[in-house]
Design a protein around this ligand. Structure first.
Ligand SMILES: [Fe+2]
Ligand SMILES: [Fe+2]
Length: 308
């Protein structure tokens, strides 16, 4: 039994198409989408249509909730402000009722009990919380603290856009192992943030417990693709004009594969630009103070011959 795990597509159709070509070669038994199908890159509606046609198993991520909660009492505070949330406004106008219904009915968690394999918990973060994620540098105790609601020994989690394959355990005061988990993050198809610009996913294979505790062996995969159509679509689609600084930051993440959104908000809060202030002014000040726009521009494959 071999399962392909795809997560954090974020509307990047060219990256997804490159992964699909690789899947045709790998021939997994099942393909699973672990949330954040939409928002970020301008092809969210095309990505929804494609994954629905392929009839893959999917769970929701927090970016599906940005859309599903938009315009409701559950919405993110301030999301009516088009300067900060223009990209979401742009997206919400384009998702059709049928596409919205598809997102509305996705589960937040799936647990597989496939014959001859051990149970597999699949969710975007951890059960009940879709904005929790894991890193390779993270202290084991901090990971374990987030896993209390995970009853299965293998957890597939996404959200951080970095590939992770870690075994962690909970010890008692006598340093005896109480519980073990295998945590797998397949990385991001559409917006990887581990400094590698390739589209990323994972294959997992059922193996005996003696081979991998928990019964699932992961292979991390990275696929090169031409990023230029995705980058060009930001301006061509009108999303960049609608989304302003936020769209610019997502564009930068495709160029650098680094957490540009986090970098910006960290700088803004450290330099007295509160989140309620005009984001465009804060972004201009950020570009001016850090030279980040020039740094990214020098690496942009749209403007450098031969770059992908
Ligand atoms: Fe994501
Ligand atoms: Fe997420």
């Amino acid at each position: 039994m071999r399962i392909a795990l795809l997560a954090d597509l974020h509307g990047n159709l060219p990256a997804l198409e490159a992964v699909i070509r690789e899947l045709e070669r790998l021939q997994p038994d099942i393909v699973v989408l672990d949330g954040d199908l939409i928002n970020g890159v301008p092809f969210s509606t095309e990505v929804i249509d494609l994954v629905r046609r392929l009839d893959w198993v999917a769970v929701r991520g927090n970016h599906e909730f940005y859309y599903l909660d938009f315009g409701t009492p559950r919405a993110e505070p301030g999301s009516e402000d088009p300067r900060r949330w223009g990209q979401l406004h742009w997206l919400a106008e384009r998702i059709t009722p049928s596409q919205g219904a598809y997102l509305a009915m996705l589960p937040d968690l799936r647990t597989f009990y496939l014959p001859g394999t051990q149970p597999l918990c699949i969710t975007h973060g951890v059960p009940g919380r879709n904005r929790i994620g894991f890193y390779n540098e993270q202290a084991e105790a901090n990971i374990v603290a987030e896993l209390t609601a995970v009853n299965e020994r293998t957890l597939v989690s996404a959200h951080t856009h970095v590939q992770v394959d870690r075994h962690v355990c909970l010890m008692d005061e006598h340093r005896q192992v109480q519980q073990r988990w295998h945590v797998i993050n397949p990385g991001s198809v559409g917006l990887p943030l581990n400094s590698d610009v390739q589209a990323q996913f994972a294959m997992i294979e059922a193996v005996p417990d003696s081979v991998v505790p928990g019964g699932w062996q992961a292979t991390m995969i990275r696929v090169p693709y031409d990023r230029r159509p995705a980058l060009a679509a930001f301006a061509e689609s009108g999303m960049e004009a609608a989304g302003g600084a936020m769209s610019q930051l997502f564009y930068w993440e495709i160029v650098t594969a680094k957490p540009e959104v986090v970098f910006f908000f960290r700088w803004a809060s450290q330099n007295g630009h509160s989140s309620s202030a005009n984001i465009e002014d804060a972004f201009s000040a950020y570009c001016e103070a850090t030279g980040r726009k020039r740094y990214v521009g020098e690496r942009d494959p749209l403007f450098h011959r031969g770059g992908q």
